[in-house]
Structures are given as structure tokens and as C-alpha cells.
Write a protein that binds this ligand. Structure first.
Ligand SMILES: [Zn+2]
Length: 500
């Protein structure tokens, strides 16, 4: 193993001299009820080794049967990615030994993928980047090793390892891009944007729950660098199992800085797999790929070829839902929000919530303001997704309505949202119970204004002399006296009126 130590080149400098080429291999666990080649359930989080049978344990004499739903899902993905669907293809055996693979081979697809040659458009900063898709193939997932002891949770330094075969045999789709060239300094953003778009697409297709944190969507990120204008691409590294969108971007960025350091120092980049570390944002060396592994692929003898009839493919194509890019465009047009707002909403996972809030009666601007503001802050604080917050789009729409009819101002609306999140009931109930509606009664406001004026004769005198900037000081006190329940512009009017 080669240990390469070189300084990191600051990102801007690295991309000013080197051109990155990236590629992404994304594994998606399909959301079928049963596994790829047997009837075991695919439920996440079952007790270890409870969802297994002779087929997925690879016991002698057991025979696999392909899952029709998994093939249909794969075709659905291929069609949505503008791929050609093979009219005939086979599964292949990929032979290698690893403890989490009970059969010592994985059933995959080799030179006959089910879907090939497609594309996915990604929007980065308002600009469309077309990412070409090389192939979409179907395979089975491996089991999971748990390394006990040691600091890192990796096999190195562990006291012993345990294997859970529940995941072995879950249908897995691999989506492989062609090399993505010419993106320059945007390469890390394009990588992230691609995975984001792919995730949204898969979710819209209903083929996977695409939970990166549970490993149902996992990404391997290839990165290489070459001097601008070079005739050949550089040697690439493959950063494995990057499991958040943010990490995809960081992994590419770090590899660019690291590889630029090596090239600057006259060293060569070693072709290898690397591990990404969430805590430090760095990658470290994994397994060298200098000698290509020989997996001794051959056609899987226990399975018949897959030959989806044209009529079936046409039927699947006709049943595709509206895809995310088309939906965003439609919503943007009908909502009249700027494109960057749509990007924020998408990245925050708020698009569905805002749509439902608008359906419940809020304006698009109000709905996106609350979901991207108060509620996004709250979801970050709690470390949960927006959709997991204990508040419904209907409740957000009610808060919006209460602001619109003058019952609440923005500050009070925030208090109501907090109370709803704390489980105090619907917005109307909170307003009634806490008595926090805006004081719209002028008699009460005038009383508060007069008290504040009487208590601050100096400030009042200044305002009488025409120093209107001092109004703010009195306003603050009136707002405090009414516990923020007064309408600010009305208070200002009243102060000026009383002192003129
Ligand atoms: Zn099984």
C-alpha cells in the first residue's frame, strides 16, 4: 500500500490549473416487498438474521427465481432516465469472496444491463447540465458486517466481527453515469445536484424509500484531475459509500484538493478506492485497484434470461408519474416564485409540504416563508426532516390565515407555531387559550401609548420638536407593554398623533 502525503491545494487554485472529471455509481435498494431471488421480507431493522432462507443464504441445492416487481421497477427507472431497455439480457455471476456474501458470488449484470444509454438533466445555479447515464442494472445486495471493538467501526482494529444476512439478496439497482467532463469548478456541485435529482426521481417513481442514512441510496464517487488542456484524463480514485448529499459534494471537493497537491509535487495519483470521513471531510486510502480484480463473470446458469415484451415496457412507460423536473417547472409557473426559491424548497425537502399548505389556503409566498424559515430552523434544531415535525400543512395554512386577517402579526405567528410544535393544539386553539391575538382595540392601545408618553417626557419632547427618529424608542416600550401583541404601524401612528 502506498502512503501518499502531500499538501492540499486550496480549491480555487486547484481548479484554476486542473480540470476535474467525475463519475457516479449509485446503488439503490428497491422498495419491493420481498428479496430479489427469494420470498424473504425486505423490512429494514428486523432482528439480525431473521429474514433469511436457503436461497439468500446460498445453501446447496437452493435455486433463485427473479422478482418480477424488481424488474418492473428497474425498467421504470431506466425509462425515466431516458435509457434504451434491453429486449433480452441475462444475469451474471460476479465471483469474489467476502464474509457478508454467503454464496461467494453475487448475482449481478455484466455486459448485458437491462437499461443503457440515457441521461438526466441537472440544474446548477440556473444552468442545465446534462449527465449521461451509461447503464442501469439489477443485482442483489450483500449482507452487513458489524465490526465490534476498535475506534472506527471498521474492520481494522476490531476485536471481532458479526454478520447479518437480512440485507443479503435485497434487490439493488446500480445507476452508472458516463464520465462527466467540462464542469470545472462546479464539479462538486454537479455531483451533489445529480444525486439530489436522482433521489427525487426515484422517490417520485415510488421504487425506493431512498433513505441515504439507512443505506437504501449509496454513492461511489469517482474523481480524477488533469492539467487544463491535457490530452488524457488523470488517474481516478473511487470514494466508496458516501451517504449524504452534502458528503458527495465534500468528497469531490476534497479529492480535487488532494490530487492537485500530489500532481503539484510531481507524485502520481494511485488508482484506489477511498473512504470518506464525515467528521473531518477527508478521504483516506482503502483498497488499491492498481491490479484489476478478476471477478470471473459468467452468465448465471440458475436463472432464465430476462426478455421484457415490448407491450409490457410500453405499459410501464405509460404509467410513469410526472417527473420532478417537470413538476418543479409546473409549480414554479403557477406559484410565481423565483427559480432559486424552488431550489431552496427542493433542497430543504419542503416542496410537498408547501404544495399541501397552498392547497390548504395559504399563498405560495407565505407557505414557503414559514417552511423555509421558522420550521426549517426548528427541524435543524431537532435533527429531523421537515416532514417529521409535529405540525401539518393545514396548521401552517391556518397560521397564515390568522396573519392575513390581522389576528396575528409575524412575531405572534411565530409564538403560535412554537405552541403548535409543542403540542398545544391547532392554531385557533392556541390563540384562544393563550390570548395572544393582536390588540386591535384602539382604546387599549391609546391607553398604553399615553402611559409610555407620560413615563418618558424627555423622549416625548424630542418627538414634539420634530425628531421623529425617537418614535422607535417609545414604540419598543408600547410593544413590550402589550407583550408584542400590538400592530407596529398602528402604534407608530398613534404615538405621532398623540404628540402632534
Ligand atoms: Zn431468502
Amino acid at each position: 500500500m502506498t502512503t501518499q502525503v502531500a499538501h492540499l491545494v486550496p480549491y480555487g487554485e486547484a481548479v484554476s490549473r486542473y480540470e476535474p472529471v467525475i463519475g457516479l455509481e449509485t446503488h439503490v435498494e428497491l422498495g419491493t416487498v420481498t428479496k430479489m431471488f427469494c420470498g424473504c421480507p425486505t423490512t429494514f431493522g428486523l432482528p439480525p438474521n431473521s429474514a433469511v432462507c436457503p436461497v439468500c443464504l446460498g445453501l446447496p441445492g437452493s435455486l433463485p427465481v427473479a422478482n418480477r416487481a424488481a424488474i418492473e421497477y428497474t425498467i421504470r427507472i431506466g425509462l425515466a432516465l431516458n435509457c434504451t431497455i434491453a429486449s433480452w439480457c441475462r444475469f451474471a455471476r460476479k465471483n469474489y469472496f467476502y464474509p457478508d456474501m454467503p454464496k461467494n458470488f453475487q448475482i449481478s449484470q455484466y455486459d448485458e444491463p437491462l437499461c443503457a444509454n440515457g441521461w438526466l438533466d441537472v440544474t446548477i445555479g440556473g444552468q442545465a447540465v446534462r449527465v449521461d447515464i451509461e447503464r442501469v442494472h439489477l443485482e442483489e445486495d450483500t449482507g452487513k458486517s458489524l465490526h465490534v471493538g476498535g475506534a472506527t467501526g471498521r474492520i481494522h482494529g476490531a476485536d471481532y466481527s458479526l454478520v447479518d444476512y437480512n440485507r443479503a439478496g435485497i434487490p439493488l439497482v446500480e445507476v452508472v453515469t458516463k464520465p462527466i467532463v467540462g464542469t470545472g469548478e462546479l464539479a462538486p456541485e454537479v455531483a451533489r445536484g445529480y444525486v439530489t435529482e436522482l433521489r427525487d426521481l426515484l422517490r417520485a417513481l415510488g421504487v425506493s424509500d431512498v433513505r441515504m442514512e439507512e443505506g437504501s441510496l449509496r454513492c461511489d464517487v469517482n474523481t480524477s484531475l488533469a492539467p487544463h488542456g491535457a490530452a488524457e484524463w488523470g488517474t481516478r480514485t473511487e470514494t466508496k459509500n458516501v451517504n449524504s448529499l452534502r458528503s458527495v459534494e465534500r468528497a469531490v471537493r476534497f479529492e480535487i484538493e488532494r490530487q492537485a497537491g500530489l500532481l503539484d509535487a510531481g507524485l502520481r495519483v494511485v488508482q484506489e478506492t477511498r473512504h470518506f470521513h464525515e467528521d473531518t471531510g477527508t478521504t483516506t486510502t482503502g483498497r488499491s485497484k492498481e491490479e484489476a480484480q478478476d471477478y470471473r463473470y459468467f452468465p448465471e446458469p440458475d436463472l432464465v434470461p430476462v426478455a421484457p415484451p415490448e407491450s409490457w415496457v410500453a405499459q410501464i412507460a405509460a404509467s410513469l408519474p410526472e417527473l420532478p423536473a417537470a413538476r418543479r417547472l409546473r409549480l414554479q409557473t403557477s406559484w410565481g416564485l423565483p427559480p432559486e426559491n424552488m431550489t431552496w424548497l427542493r433542497n430543504a425537502g419542503a416542496l410537498d409540504l408547501v404544495e399541501q399548505t397552498v392547497t390548504a389556503g395559504a399563498s405560495p409566498a407565505e407557505a414557503s416563508k414559514w417552511w423555509l424559515g421558522e420550521l426549517a430552523t426548528e427541524s435543524n434544531k431537532r435533527g429531523v426532516e421537515l416532514a417529521e415535525l409535529p405540525i401539518t400543512p393545514e396548521q401552517v395554512a391556518s397560521v397564515s390565515a390568522l396573519v392575513r386577517d390581522g389576528t396575528l402579526n409575524d412575531k405572534l405567528a411565530r409564538q403560535v407555531l412554537e405552541a403548535v410544535l409543542a403540542g398545544e393544539g391547532d392554531p385557533a386553539e392556541v390563540v384562544a387559550q393563550r390570548d395572544i391575538a393582536v390588540v386591535s382595540d384602539d382604546v387599549a392601545l391609546i391607553e398604553a401609548v399615553d402611559t409610555v408618553i407620560a413615563n418618558n417626557p424627555d423622549v416625548a419632547a424630542k418627538i414634539r420638536d420634530g425628531k421623529t427618529a425617537a418614535v422607535g424608542a417609545l414604540m419598543g416600550q408600547v410593544m413590550a407593554a402589550t407583550k408584542g401583541r400590538a400592530d407596529g404601524s398602528r402604534v407608530r401612528e398613534l404615538i405621532v398623533q398623540r404628540l402632534s
